[in-house]
Structure formats: C-alpha cells, structure tokens
Design a protein around this ligand. Structure first.
Ligand SMILES: Nc1ncnc2c1ncn2CCCCCNC(=O)c1cc(-c2ccc(F)cc2)cc(O)c1O
Ligand SMILES: [Mg+2]
Length: 214
C-alpha cells in the first residue's frame, strides 16, 4: 500500500537525523518539507519565534493542541527544564503513530505525554487524568475553528493562572479570526502579534502570543 506523507516524513527523520539529537530531527523535517514535500509543521521561521517564547516562559507544564508529526513537540520539549511535562493532544491516530516515533527518535519520550483524542473531549479531563493544576504555556495548532471554543474550555476548567501564555499558530493563514478578535479585545489577555510566514512559503502568517491576566 502507498505510504502517507507523515510516514515519508518519519522515514526522512530516521534516515537523516541522529537518534537522541532533537536539533537534527528538526533540521531533517525542515529539509524534507522544503525540498521534498510541504507539510503543515510550524516550520523553521515560526519555529524560532516559538523557541524564543518557550525560553522566555521556561514552562514546567505545557499543553499542545494538535501534534501532527511532532515537529513543534520536539522543538518545545528540547527546551524544557528537567521534570517539566508537555501534554500534546492529537485527534488523528495515524498522525499520532508517526509523532510518537519522531518524539522517540529525538529521545524526548520522558518529557512528552501524547494523548489521542479530540481537544474538546480531553480538556475537561486533564486535571484529574494527569494531576495538572494549571498550564504555564499552551500552544494552539489544531483545527483553526477550535482555537476559540477550546480557549474558553481551558478558562472554564481553571487550567490557566495569572501569567499563563497562549501561543497560537496560523492566526493569518489559514486564519483564526474569531480567536484573534477574542484575545485582542478581552481585558483578561495582553496580546502580541509576531509577523512571519506560512511554513516553507512566502505567504504571510504569524503567531499570536496572549498572556492571561487572571
Ligand atoms: N486534539 C485535537 N482536537 C481537535 N482537532 C485536532 C486535534 N488534533 C488534531 N486536530 C485536527 C487538526 C488538523 C491539523 C490542524 N492544522 C492545520 O490545519 C494547519 C493547516 C495549514 C495550512 C495552511 C495553508 C494551506 F494551504 C493548507 C494548510 C498550516 C498549518 O500550520 C496548520 O497547523
Ligand atoms: Mg500550524
């Protein structure tokens, strides 16, 4: 049977990256997506912005919505302090299967909990299931029309504390207009737009960083 794009991306990692070296895994994926097949990873340009926000926040608890092949999972987890935990939710079992292997190749399994299922089903259960109080950082990169309802769920279930940071991918392309309107107009958030480009292209896109004021 034909391989899928995520499977071909995984093969490129296993062929070109060094086991236990997250930076080489990131490099191998970016090379594959730039020279072989485009894929919807956050990519190298927005990835540098992601890295700077992760480093600034220095989070002990991270929630990622939308794992895909684990590219941003690896970028984030490679920057976490010891004993920090990253929970990443992936809806598609085929993506999840590839992401587990990419995360393992990077040697980051200890820091990452990949959970399969829909964000709307899991957000209400994260406290009891994983003993989480609040998240220091949330990276939104899943269905674009789920950013706003899931942010409201995250607020409703008390998963944010004063100073928690939401970082949202694709706020321009494909776009998340209702989410942007919400975080930019709500008195509960201090928002900032980081202009960039859609991964591996010249099309405008960017990340929106929103600090929860409590
Ligand atoms: N736990 C969960 N709960 C709910 N949904 C869940 C989920 N886990 C996964 N999903 C379902 C997300 C599926 C992928 C989401 N990402 C995207 O759709 C996405 C699309 C583009 C894109 C841009 C221009 C184009 F021309 C084409 C595509 C770029 C990106 O950076 C994107 O992140
Ligand atoms: Mg994205």
């Amino acid at each position: 049977t034909q391989s899928t794009r995520p499977q071909r991306l995984l093969s490129a990692v296993q062929k070109n990256a060094t086991r236990g070296d997250p930076r080489s895994v990131v490099k191998a994926i970016d090379h594959f997506c730039r020279h072989k097949e485009w894929a919807m990873n956050v990519g190298d340009e927005k990835g540098c912005i992601l890295d700077s926000v992760v480093t600034e926040v220095n989070p002990h608890t991270v929630l990622e919505l939308g794992t895909y092949c684990g590219y941003s999972t690896v970028r984030i987890a490679s920057l976490l302090p010891p004993h920090a935990k990253l929970i990443t939710l992936e809806f598609n079992p085929d993506y999840a299967a590839v992401a587990r292997q990419v995360i393992a190749w990077a040697g980051l399994e200890e820091k990452v909990q990949l959970v399969e299922g829909a964000s709307s089903d899991w957000i209400p259960k994260l406290k009891e299931q994983f003993g989480i109080q609040t998240f220091d950082l949330v990276f939104l990169d899943h269905w674009k029309d789920r950013y706003l309802p899931d942010t409201k769920l995250i607020e409703e279930f008390g998963l944010l504390r004063k100073g928690s940071v939401l970082l949202a991918d694709n706020v321009i392309c494909p776009g998340t207009p209702d989410y942007l309107e919400y975080v930019r107009s709500s008195p509960q958030y201090k928002s900032q737009y980081f202009k960039s480009h859609l991964e591996y292209t010249k099309v405008e896109d960017g990340l929106e960083k929103s600090v929860f004021l409590g």
